[in-house]
Ligand binder design. Sequence first.
Ligand code: ZN
Length: 637
Amino acid sequence: MSSSNNSHVTIREAILENVPKEVEISRIEYEGPRIAIYTKRPEILVEQSYIIPDIVRLIRKRIVVRSDPSVRLSESETERLIYENVSSDAEITSVNFDPTIGEVIIEAKKPGIVIGKNGDMLREIVKSTRWRPRVLRSPPLTSYIIQSIRHYIHSESKERERILHSTGERVFRSQVVENDAVRLITLGGFQEVGRSAILIQSKESNVLLDCGLNPGSKKPIDTYPRLDLSVFRLEDLDAVVITHAHLDHCGFLPFLFKYGYDGPVYCTEPTASLTTLLQLDYLDVAQKQGIIPAYDQKDVRSTTLHTITQNYGVVTDVSPDIRLTFSNAGHILGSAILHLHVGEGFYNIVYTGDYKYGPTSLLEPAVTNFPRVETLITESTYGSFNDVMPPRKEVEKWFVSVLNETLNKRGKVLIPVPAVGRAQEILMVIDKYMREKSLMEAPVFIDGMISEATAIHTAYPEYLAASIRDQIFHQGINPFESDYFVNIKHSSERQNVINEEACVVLATSGMLEGGPAIEYFKSFAPNESNSIVFVSYQIDGTLGRRVRNGINEVSIIENGKVNVVKQNMQVHAIEGFSGHSDRKQIFRYIRNLSSKPDRIIICHGERSKCFDMAKMLKRSRYETHVPSNQEMLHLKG
Ligand code: ZN
C-alpha cells in the first residue's frame, strides 16, 4: 500500500490505531476490493471479534484478516492436525488450501462438527495452524470443475496474489475527477437476445456489465459485442461484472484476457464455476464443428485467475466511485441482479440481467429491494402483449401429458436443454411425477455436461430455494439423484439409448446448436411416434428455432458433408418452465421495486418484444427507452 495517497494513509492509520499491538500486524495489503490485514496472531482477532467490524464502520471499506505466511503451519502438517483434532464423526472428505489468502477449505459431511460448539473447533484450528478454516458441506456429487478451479488457483497462487494486489491499487486509487456525469453505452444485447454487454462510464471509471455472445449468429459482426467502438478502451476498464453463466452473458469474457485485460471479473461463486464449465464446453463444441473460436483454454484459465467472487448482499467497491451489490435474480443458480451506486449518492443503476419474478422448483424469486434506483435496465425476453405464461401447476400438467402421450406409444422424447438451470428444473419435475406415478415410469437419459452442472448445483445449496435447501440440510435427501436417471458418460453408450423404446433424453445444447442433442435428433427425427419438447427460449437463427417453427427437413453439416434429416417428430414448445419473467411478472417486478425508477431501459428481447414492453410501460407513465446497439445514453449530466 503506497503512502503517497491521503485516503490510504487514513485507512492504514485507522487500522493501526484500532488494532491492539499484540496482534502483531506485519502488513496491510490490498486484496482485490478488500483490505487484508496480515497478522502473526490471527487468533486474537478471531477471539475479539468486535475489533474488525468497528474499523469497517469507521473507514467503510471491507477488511479481511489473514495470517502472515511465516507463521502458518505447513499444509501437510495442518491437514494432519485437522484430521487429528476433529472427530471422525464429522466425516471430512477433503482438505484444500488457498495460500493466496491463507484459507484452508474443509469439506465434511457434518460441517457442524468441524465448526464445533460456538465455533470452538474453528478457533482451535486458527490457533494451532494459523490457517483460516472455511467449512463447507461435502456435496453429494463431485464437481470436476470446482476441483480443478481450486487446484489451479492453488498452483498459481503467486500470480493470483499479484492480480488481487493490482486490482486493489486500482480500486482504491484516489479519485481524480469530480462526479458530474454517468453514461451508458450499449455494446450488445439491445433489440436482440444474445451478446449482452453494457458499458457504464463515469468520468472516473469504466465498468462492463456482461460480456456475452450470440449463439444464433454466424457472422462475427453480429456474434460478438461491439468492443470495437472507440468509447470502449480495454486499458481503461476497471471491472467486468457477470450477471450469470449463460453464454449470451459470459461467452465472450475470455476474449478480453486474450487481448490483455488484466483486471477483475466480479460474479457470484456458482456463476464462476458454471461460467468456466460453459466456456470450456463452448470451445469443445466449436472444435467438433470445425469452428475456430475467438479464444482458447488458456484465456479461460486466465479468466478464472482474475475472478473475484461475491455473495448476494455484500457491498463492494469496484472503482473509486462505483459500488456493486449482487441480489438473487431467480433465473439460474448464482444469477444476480446488479445494483451500482455511483459517487456518494450521485446515481443508482439496477441491471436485472435475466430474471424470474415467480416461483420455480430451484430458486427463490428475484429480489426487489434496493435502497435507490434512478435507472432500471430490464430484460424483455417475454415482454410482448401475449407473453403470459400459464400458472406453473398447469405447465407441469401439460408437460406430463405430452410425455405420457409419447411414452404410451413406446416413443422416445428428446428434450434439448441448456445444461444449466432448465436441465435441473426439468429433472426435478420428471422425478416428482414419476414417483407419484402420474408420469409413466421410463429411463431418463442425461447426456452432455448436464451432470457436471448438476454437481455444481449440489455444491452451493445456500443459493437454492429454501425448500430444496431444507431437503439437503435437514432430511439428507439429494433431489438431483434419482433411480430414474441414467448418465451417459461416453458417446459409445448412445447406441443403447437409440435402441431403447419409451424413454426420455435430456441433452445439450438447448437450441440444437451442436452437442449430443444433435446426435439424438438425427436418430429420433424421422420417426413420428417420437417427440421433441422445447422447454427453453430458442434464439432466432438456431436450429432449435427452425424445428420449433415446423420445418420438416434439416440439413446438418458433418465432416464437411451435408446430411439431410427428415423431421417427423411431434414438436412441442412448453415455455412456462422458463427462467425468464413473463410480461406480467416483469410488470409486477417493476411495480414492486422498493424504489421507483425515474427511467427504464429495455434490453435482451427481440425488437418487437422490446417495443411492446415500452408501449405498456409508457401507459403506466414510466419514462422508457429502447436503445439499439452502439448507442450512448446520458443517464445524468
Ligand atoms: Zn440467461
